[in-house]
Design a protein around this ligand. Structure first.
Ligand code: ADP
Ligand code: ZN
Ligand code: MG
Length: 476
């Protein structure tokens, strides 16, 4: 039996406001435990929450950037449950009337664009953190995080593969970073993902029973947890078992998901409207103000890159993954109008080297000026494509100009025919067997001779010249 996977994601994104959502405490990460708290975020009796406007600004930005409708009227609600990291015993969230609904984002997969629906984006406050390791064999509670503003972004069950889920996550994170509303750091937990996944026989209309996966703090783990879970569900169904609706935890050490609680044990949160906050009214003027502050967003940029620079979707998607990346690319193209060649260098060698050193494009030792100066050396025939790779690595290592590197290392391309002929003669002499075979009709050996000449010249011989001269010599 063939099965189809269905995935929907719930994202919690911490907003980059300086202060918390209902009090003036700092949101700074990594400070001394319980040093950023006050009666409001500690949930003392008699205190009143005051809404942080900046947090709403950020959420509206996100809603507009993800094609959502912002509700003019939305309501905060209490979600009641008991847990040591939640001093009030309720979390202020939104339930029936969220800030915004019905949007979508686009992802590019194998060069094709797919729309993934967003059900809702609502506001809530974060809880504190229980710490179970390291101190006196006891559990401790750090409440610095209580009241940090969160956006919950709920997707439609529109994804069909783990790859699509990861592409959606990445795209959403890119958008939040473009807007500068969330740092998107999965490891530190400022961008958290719960993944709902089910399978159904191919062609069946109704969804299967879903499991909700938690505790994945990297894209790789989201991918792996989903893959594991899909296999688990398929094997269960093939064994004639029923999938039960449950929450499962990803164990990254064992590479498995483990049942945490079933639907029967699920909380009844007894939601009700928060009596201490008035309904949130977002009027036209507020929306327009935020709208006018939006930067050019990833999709618009991608479309523009495809159109203006004749780039494939894949390149355009890669180059617009961050504002800094896009600026770098456009900086290069301004200096040297060869978009596809520039794109190849950025996506290939530059991305690899940055990745190896864990560097952001903003901190690239190779500036757009240096990259394009190197391309100009290639255009002028001063260096070959092969040598350019060497120059590029050296630029990355030292930050030096390409001219200086070429001079210093003696990498200038050899175009002098007599010099190249000398190398060719040596190569032919050293390989009499291959020469005989070539003459006997083994045409493929031409490539062998080209390779040998390039090798002997340490990559410096002009490849076009090598081809031309070799043809002449070998036909004699
Ligand atoms: P719950 O009430 O259990 O929280 P929701 O209907 O609110 O469920 O959906 C939560 C998330 O799960 C959403 O992202 C939604 O797209 C996704 N989802 C819902 N049903 C399924 C399903 N059968 N398979 C996979 N994902 C689903
Ligand atoms: Zn506080
Ligand atoms: Mg839900």
């Amino acid at each position: 039996m063939q099965y189809e996977t269905v995935i929907g994601l719930e994202i919690h994104a911490q907003l980059l406001t300086k202060s918390k959502i209902f009090c003036g405490c700092s949101t700074k990460f990594g400070e001394k435990p319980n040093s950023q708290v006050c009666p409001v975020c500690l949930g003392m009796p008699g205190v009143l929450p005051v809404l942080n406007k900046k947090a709403i600004d950020f959420a509206i930005k996100t809603a507009l950037a993800t094609n959502c409708t912002v509700n003019e009227h939305s309501v905060f609600a209490r979600k009641n449950y008991f847990y040591p990291d939640l001093p009030k015993n309720y979390q202020i969230s939104q339930y029936e009337l969220p800030l915004s609904v019905k949007g979508y984002i686009e992802v590019v997969l194998d060069g094709n664009i797919k729309k993934i629906g967003i059900t809702r984006i609502h506001m809530e406050e974060d809880a504190g953190k229980n710490i179970h390791e390291g101190i006196n064999d006891a559990s401790h509670v750090d409440l610095n995080r209580t009241g940090v503003p969160l956006m919950e972004i709920v997707s439609e069950p529109d994804m069909r593969t783990p790859e699509e889920a990861v592409a959606y996550l990445k795209k959403l994170r890119d958008i939040l970073r473009y807007l500068d509303v969330c740092d998107g750091n999965m490891e530190e937990g400022s961008f958290r993902c719960d993944a709902n996944v089910s399978i159904r026989p191919l062609g069946q209309k109704e969804f299967g029973t879903k499991a909700e996966l938690k505790n994945m703090n990297s894209f790789k783990f989201v991918q792996k947890a989903l893959e594991y879970e899909i296999d688990r569900q398929r094997e269960a169904l093939e064994d004639g078992k029923k999938i039960i609706q449950e929450t499962r935890l990803w164990d990254s050490n064992k590479g498995v998901t483990i049942s945490m609680r079933s639907k029967e044990e699920a909380h009844d949160y007894r939601y009700f409207p928060e009596p201490d906050l008035v309904p949130l009214i977002v009027d036209k003027k507020w929306l327009e103000d935020i709208h006018s502050e939006l930067p050019e967003l990833p999709d618009a940029k991608r479309e523009r890159f495809v159109k203006d620079y004749s780039l494939p979707e894949y390149d355009a998607e890669f180059l617009t993954s961050s504002i800094a990346m896009a600026d770098y690319f456009e900086g290069c193209v301004k200096l040297h109008n060869q978009p596809k060649i520039v794109s190849n260098w950025i996506m290939g060698d530059l991305a690899r080297l940055l990745n190896e050193d864990n560097l952001d494009i903003k901190d690239s030792p190779i500036t757009p000026k240096k990259l394009t100066d190197m391309l100009k050396l290639m255009d002028k025939g001063i260096i070959s494509g092969k040598i350019a790779k060497v120059v590029f690595e050296e630029m990355f290592k030292t930050g030096n100009d390409p001219d200086a590197i070429v001079q210093e290392k003696g990498l200038v391309q050899v175009t002098d025919e007599s010099e190249i002929e000398k190398v060719i003669d040596e190569v032919i002499k050293a390989n009499p067997g291959q020469l005989a075979d070539y003459k006997a009709g083994k045409d493929k050996l031409f490539g062998f001779f080209v390779g040998q000449v390039m090798k002997e010249s340490k990559g410096k011989a002009n490849p076009a010249k090598v081809n031309e001269l070799l043809k002449k010599k070998l036909s004699k």
